[in-house]
Design a protein around this ligand. Structure first.
Ligand SMILES: Cc1cc2nc3c(=O)[nH]c(=O)nc-3n(C[C@H](O)[C@H](O)[C@H](O)COP(=O)(O)O)c2cc1C
Length: 455
């Protein structure tokens, strides 16, 4: 048996792909966002490649910075399945692949989330995870009876309490609470029921949950916040932590920052898996890969590119796209530090407006890797071996080929190097990620079964 430390691999898949122009390629399925057949085929291909999980990012709105409807009509990221509904169906056509779905703590109630994830954990045989987000877009606020988004600190305060209530609800029933004893007629053991009785600043929830404890005890919890409260929430509650990093040094710093916070919550370093996103574009040669990426970049519609820049610089549509940024730039309400970094980069490298939007849009802020299977595996191996991550979230630029190319070429290369497994170790997502099954906090005794260990 190969005892070498091995990577965890997730697939971060959105609508019809990560790249804003990926859907326009001849081989791409432009309607992938709402074609179940495409998702079924991608999930089955991922399972054949022994991928750990498919991750579905989400927002409860058409999240846009487009200045008008005409500009918006050039965005390909509009229509997509609701993640929990999608993974419920996908879990029925797979056996080992895990599924991590995003659900917002700002626009849900804890009982809804505990119940839905518990249900899908039962349906899938313990293969589900919850990506906890506080949501960032004003477009979501206006769909939920608010004029503005909740302030960042308030969102995270709610998220902290939300996650606690959800995990308490999952512990409503001890694992063997439901005797369903036909002879006596007693359905469950009353001492094994633990109403939640939660009364906090944001939530009042009596419980118990109306479904048995999930097969995983608690479905896997993922988090991707990068701010101070985001990292604290992740360190206290998450099993998986996603990150966005453009350089190995930035990834190493984030990795140390997350791992360094775990001891104060009594958690060992290996209790959390840290995974940056990467968007691979593959070719048989380096040149072919670079050409493929450049061709995709050149297809970013100027309206889409300009609306990405508008966040930082306001409306630049009156300027020559192939000329430089104007000398005088209007103030914006975006993140000032990002705007300053982009301005300095454009001036220093003499980038045109078009070249600048190409830089900021391609991989949605994640690391973009164009190359052969070998050179992409080299880069992944380097990050993995140098304390930058425990694995990766692979972001397919378009569907389905942008994913299957990676599964067919880079995964076997990683397997040849002993860096990725050739078989699933267990049945549940927790088992396959090497995580213990949490004991029920109310039962006060260890739980038996595969992957069982103290919480
Ligand atoms: C890989 C990755 C995936 C994310 N997925 C989502 C998502 O699906 N929905 C969402 O609202 N936010 C998502 N986010 C945003 C984060 O939840 C968080 O709001 C953001 O990283 C900013 O962190 P902060 O609020 O702690 O500063 C994601 C972030 C990353 C890096």
């Amino acid at each position: 048996m190969n005892m070498r430390r091995q990577m965890k691999l997730g697939l971060s898949l959105v609508s019809n792909g990560t790249h804003p122009a990926g859907w326009r390629l001849p081989e791409a399925r432009a309607d992938a966002g709402v074609d179940f057949g495409v998702w079924k085929a991608m999930a089955q291909a991922a399972e054949a490649a022994k991928i750990h999980f498919m991750f579905l990012a989400d927002g409860v709105a058409v999240r846009t910075a487009a200045k008008d409807d005409d500009t918006l009509s050039y965005s390909g990221r509009i229509d997509q399945f609701e993640p929990l509904t999608l993974i419920s169906a996908l879990s029925a056509v797979t056996e080992r692949l895990g599924f991590v779905a995003t659900a917002s703590t700002t626009y849900n109630e804890p009982y809804h989330i505990a119940r839905k994830f518990a249900s899908i954990d039962h349906i899938s045989g313990g293969r589900v995870g919850w990506n906890v987000v506080t949501s960032w877009s004003e477009a979501e606020a206006v769909n939920f009876n608010r004029d503005r988004h909740l302030e960042h600190g308030v969102r995270y305060g709610r998220a902290e309490e939300f996650v606690d209530v959800v995990t308490k609800l999952w512990d409503s029933w001890e694992d063997d609470a439901f005797k369903r004893d036909k002879a006596s007629g007693q359905y469950f053991e009353p001492a094994a029921m633990h109403p939640t009785e939660h009364k906090g600043e944001n939530f009042s929830v009596r419980g118990p949950l109306n479904i048995a404890r999930p097969p995983q005890g608690h479905p896997v919890i993922a988090q991707a916040g990068s701010s101070e409260p985001g990292q604290e929430l992740a360190a206290r509650t998450a099993d998986l932590v996603y990150m966005m990093a453009q350089s190995k040094e930035a990834a190493q710093a984030f990795y140390r920052s997350i791992k360094g916070r775990l001891s104060k919550y009594g958690r060992p370093e290996n209790a959390v898996v840290v995974m940056p996103g990467i968007m691979p574009v593959l070719g048989r040669t380096e040149e072919e890969a670079a050409e493929k990426y450049d061709a995709m970049q050149a297809m970013i519609h100027p309206k889409v590119g300009l609306s990405m820049l508008a966040r930082h610089f306001g409306d630049l549509s009156g300027h020559d796209l192939d000329g430089p940024l104007p000398d005088v730039l209007q103030e914006s309400n975006g993140v000032k530090s990002q705007r300053d970094v982009l301005t300095a980069m454009a001036r220093k490298e003499g980038l045109s407006i078009r070249q600048l939007y190409m830089r900021v849009t391609g991989a949605a802020g994640h690391l973009q890797l164009s190359g052969t299977a070998k050179s992409i595996a080299d880069k992944m191996e380097d990050w993995f071996a140098s304390g930058a991550c425990d694995g990766f979230n692979i972001m397919a630029p378009h569907h389905p080929n942008g994913l299957t190319e990676f599964l067919d070429s880079v995964v076997p290369e990683l397997q040849r190097r002993g860096l990725f497994r050739t078989e699933y170790e267990g049945r549940t997502l927790r088992e396959n990620l090497g995580f213990a099954r949490p004991a029920n906090r109310f039962a006060g005794r260890a739980v038996s079964g595969p992957g069982a260990a103290a919480e």
